[in-house]
Design a protein around this ligand. Structure first.
Ligand code: PXP
Length: 249
């Protein structure tokens, strides 16, 4: 069954609104795990707008599952990752002015620097994913660079109206991209914008191993508590496993 990585950045966003001590993403990570999260995801941004370095270090020490550290492929972040050693690093594009990650990496435009960054993490035994749009050329480039995994950006699918033709086309692109990545020997995660209304068709794609979900779970958690929010998402993903897309042929 597809696994669930819970992104706790937005707990830190709330804390940083007052520059105080609560709510604590470290506690949120443990509660998410207790409710069934298969992994914890944090994005340590260059501008430190939500998650701080200490959060990553303490989450690394306290969680029982695995840590996916999202980050830009910069020298500063590579040094931090090599020291903290998360199970997975996902390289994402980062712009200071953006509200959240917009679009996937342009792997083709950054082949040299990404190759060096991937090699540096591999030297430390860290598995590397590239966050990319569901496009053939980006997947080919990711495979050529020796990325272990791609995380397919589901933002265009998520932003389209529910059940619209645009959304159905985006779903087909994601299915094709997932199949292509697997044919290239690269494992597949997916995420961005997934919520309780749109997650099932994505969770039905057999080639996708893990979904990374943050905003919708933390938003629901604000009203019903993080345990209920994570359990609700896990049960939708379990429901999807009963009727997978026949996409692995
Ligand atoms: N995957 C990546 C690479 C992301 O950058 C984000 C947002 O931080 C997510 C998944 C989660 O997106 P959302 O918060 O919309 O669920």
């Amino acid at each position: 069954m597809t696994t669930l990585g819970v992104n706790v950045d937005h707990i830190a966003t709330l804390r940083e609104a007052r520059k105080g001590r609560e709510p604590d993403p470290i506690i949120a990570a443990s509660l998410a795990e207790l409710a069934g999260a298969d992994g914890i995801v944090v994005h340590l941004r260059e501008d430190r707008r939500h998650i701080q370095e200490r959060d990553v270090r303490v989450i690394r020490e306290t969680i029982q599952s695995k840590l996916d550290l999202e980050m830009a492929a910069t020298e500063e972040m590579l040094l931090i990752a090599r020291e903290i050693k998360p199970e997975l690093v996902t390289f994402v594009p980062e712009k200071r002015e953006e509200l959240t990650t917009e679009g996937g990496l342009d792997v083709i435009a950054c082949m040299q620097s990404l190759r060096r960054a991937i090699d540096r993490l591999h030297e430390s035994g860290i598995v590397v994913a590239l966050f990319i749009d569901p496009e053939t050329k980006q997947i080919e480039a990711a495979a050529e660079l020796g990325a272990d995994c791609v995380e397919i950006h589901t933002g265009r699918y998520a932003n389209a109206s529910l059940h619209s033709k645009v959304q159905k086309n985006e779903l087909l692109c994601i299915i094709e991209a997932a199949k292509q990545a697997r044919r290239c020997g690269v494992s597949v995660n997916a995420g961005h914008g997934l919520d309780y209304q749109n997650v099932i068709p994505i969770a039905q794609i057999l080639e996708i191993e893990e979904l990374n979900i943050g905003h919708s779970i933390i938003s629901r958690a604000a009203l019903v508590g993080i345990s209920t929010a994570v359990r609700d998402m896990k049960s939708l993903i379990a429901k999807a496993a009963l009727s997978p897309h026949l996409s692995s042929a």
